[in-house]
Design a protein around this ligand. Structure first.
Ligand SMILES: Nc1ncnc2c1ncn2[C@@H]1O[C@H](COP(=O)(O)OP(=O)(O)O)[C@@H](O)[C@H]1O
Ligand SMILES: [Mg+2]
Length: 253
């Protein structure tokens, strides 16, 4: 049985003179969460576009669920779903209508039932009949991810799923990603945030100047760097921890 959901070898891509990917190699194990970490402009979206068959590489090979992206793009598309950096939610429609629309586009039986199940799973049942334009950032992102799960893809691409979200919505999204993975879905996510990769990923690959400069589990990556000098100071909470503590107190009142 094949255990790799994604295999990438020697991937290169240029946009005119701009050599963005200079030989990228990595593998993603089935059912795992893989984070491609890189700063803005590193080429993360380019990798996602190649793997989801939206863009052709100049050289190198990539296979998704055992299918070569160049030779069998149709089979690859069957197996995946893509949630882009910019939400695909139609603001004029309600949450339910958005989901029913996607289910119809994918020619599923019982689109209404599919929508109801996803609304429930993502805690959107109460908001189902409100227009998406009045949803909070976190709710919209939940709906966006729910939409990408219509039709039960085996592999989901999340391109910077939390960029632009407030801390609470980020944590909500993290929870969803973990649940997806617990349910057996392979998750390929890109992020600019170290803490996001740290929170979520089974394996992390760092894309820098066109190549994967480091990859492995968090523990393996930590070993690559010299240990920080130990200082005996009380650990200060992060701003995010403080913010969330305040919010949860408010909700408890
Ligand atoms: N269609 C395009 N034409 C020209 N340059 C592009 C195109 N798409 C992306 N780029 C450039 O390629 C580089 C990598 O982009 P991208 O893959 O979007 O990076 P990331 O997602 O890591 O921020 C950036 O410098 C970007 O400006
Ligand atoms: Mg990007």
């Amino acid at each position: 049985m094949q255990t790799q959901a994604i295999q990438v070898k020697g991937l290169q891509k240029s946009y005119k003179q701009l050599h963005v990917l200079k030989g990228v190699d990595f593998e993603v194990e089935k059912g795992s969460i893989f984070a491609l970490l890189g700063s803005n402009g590193a080429g993360k979206t380019t990798v996602v576009k190649i793997l989801s068959t939206l863009l052709k590489p100049d050289s190198g090979t990539a296979s998704v669920n055992g299918f070569d992206v160049a030779a069998s793009p149709g089979d690859v598309r069957q197996a995946i779903s893509l949630t882009g950096q910019f939400a695909a939610v139609d603001e004029v429609l309600t949450g339910r209508e958005n989901l029913v629309m996607i289910a119809r586009l994918r020619h599923l039986d019982h689109p209404r039932q599919v929508a109801d199940d996803l609304l429930k799973r993502f805690g959107l049942t109460d908001a189902a009949d409100r227009k998406a334009s009045v949803y909070s950032g976190g709710m919209r992102r939940r709906l966006d991810i729910a939409m990408s799960l219509v039709g039960k893809p085996q592999l989901i691409f999340l391109d910077e799923p939390t960029t632009g979200l407030d801390p609470e919505a980020r944590m909500e999204t993290w929870k969803i990603v973990k649940e997806l993975s617990d349910g057996g879905t392979t998750v390929f996510l890109t992020t600019q945030y170290l803490d996001e990769a740290e929170q979520l990923a089974d394996r992390i690959a760092i894309l820098h100047e066109g190549r994967i400069i480091a990859g492995g589990t968090l523990e393996e990556l930590k070993k690559l760097f010299p240990p920080a000098k130990v200082e005996y100071v009380e650990k200060q909470p992060t701003l995010e921890e403080i913010f969330l503590a305040i919010i949860s107190k408010k909700e408890a009142i």
